[in-house]
Design a protein around this ligand. Structure first.
Ligand SMILES: NC(=O)c1ccc[n+]([C@@H]2O[C@H](COP(=O)([O-])OP(=O)(O)OC[C@H]3O[C@@H](n4cnc5c(N)ncnc54)[C@H](O)[C@@H]3O)[C@@H](O)[C@H]2O)c1
Length: 327
């Protein structure tokens, strides 16, 4: 195949980030789609070789070899369906859909048509998390007892973006629900959770939280404690630790530090913390687009489905207050 033409469907923050990575990896000819024509034009102008299409329909008429669906979460299902039905390989940002049945329907549609459908769980391509998974699978820790996982944004995304993303459980903590399975190879058997709107009280008005905790029990009896939040002024903070019968392994921070010691944030957000992981994920996707093998680290619809089921259970738990009662 000559250099593939890639559609970027959704030219907001993460769409612009992917376009920059594609420029660095290729450059690949891009076709940028966004109902906000200014955003599409901005991303196209920043790329070495790009043009704008007014809709996915126009993108398909002009022809592309693969597409990234990087639009607002609620728009993913119809866009993915249109692309997969046209036999275009898709890398869709997480989550594939916010409804488990819709997730399954899209996944099965892609499988039946034999069309690659990736879901953007870029942490699978982060060297630290990949190493943690490999060493756990190799038995370095023996039996896994407890996972501790942390996902904290430095500052919250705009409220309009949060409103379009479901809750923090289906948006940010979705990654940790996914990692709990991916790092251990187990599935999640039980979920309880709680949430509060502390740094952004107005989130309570849209039934969302900025600080959440969740507890999981995996199907082999191992336990997990998760925290996620939208406010960490010292920097974007994503870590995971696994404790087992032979000790512990940790993936995440650059180095140990005292609280308050840090003056400059190590990372400001997903775009710099996971830059290498996004590039590796994209490069692996492009290998498959060119007819090469499927990378086993790729996120798929089953990962999105399993993480979403946990996220929805966590939402129900947080809303019902069905947490062990205070003494
Ligand atoms: N993997 C991660 O860690 C990660 C990080 C950030 C965002 N995301 C995901 O990426 C997606 C986008 O997030 P963002 O922060 O870039 O949001 P954003 O609001 O900055 O951008 C979304 C863009 O999608 C466009 N859009 C809406 N409907 C569309 C449609 N039908 N067709 C084409 N474009 C459409 C909007 O006009 C907007 O420009 C979300 O699903 C989010 O969950 C994932």
């Amino acid at each position: 195949m000559s250099t593939p033409v890639i559609g970027i469907v959704g030219c907001g923050d993460i769409g612009a980030m992917y376009a920059a990575h594609l420029d660095a990896l290729g450059p690949y000819p891009l076709i940028c789609v966004d109902p906000d024509a200014d955003r599409a034009a901005q991303v196209a102008e920043a790329a070495k070789t790009a043009s704008v299409a007014a809709s996915v329909r126009e993108l398909l008429e002009r022809g592309c070899d693969a597409a990234l669906v990087t639009s607002s979460t609620a728009s993913h299902p119809p866009l993915v369906e249109a692309l997969v039905t046209a036999d275009i390989p898709v890398l869709c940002e997480k989550p594939l859909a916010t409804d488990p049945r819709e997730t399954e329907r899209l996944g099965i549609l892609a499988e039946q048509r034999g069309v690659p459908l990736w879901v953007g769980f870029q942490r699978h391509f982060d060297p630290g998390f990949a190493d943690l998974r490999a060493r756990t699978a190799a038995g370095q820790l023996g039996r896994v007892h407890v996972l501790r996982m942390v996902s904290h944004d430095m500052t919250p995304p705009p409220t309009a973006r949060l409103r379009a993303s479901g809750t923090i459980f289906t948006d940010l903590m979705l990654h940790d629900f996914d990692l709990a399975r991916w790092l251990t190879g187990r599935s999640v058997a039980r979920v309880s959770a709680d949430g509060a709107a502390l740094s952004r009280p107005e989130l309570a008005e849209i039934d969302d939280y900025d600080s959440v905790t969740a507890m999981l029990r995996l199907d082999d009896g191992a336990l997990a404690v998760l925290t996620a939040g939208r406010w960490q002024p010292l920097g974007y903070d994503v870590r995971a630790e696994i404790l087992g019968e032979r000790g512990n392994l940790l993936a995440g921070p650059d180095h140990a530090q005292e609280p308050g010691e840090q003056t400059t944030p190590h990372h400001r957000g997903y775009w710099d913390r996971f830059a290498d992981a996004y590039r590796a994920q994209l490069a692996a996707f492009l290998v498959e687009v060119a007819g090469g093998p499927h990378d086993p680290a790729a996120g798929g619809w089953r990962d999105s489905h399993a993480a979403l089921v946990c996220a929805r259970a966590a939402e129900r738990s947080a809303r019902s207050g069905a947490i062990p009662t205070a003494p």
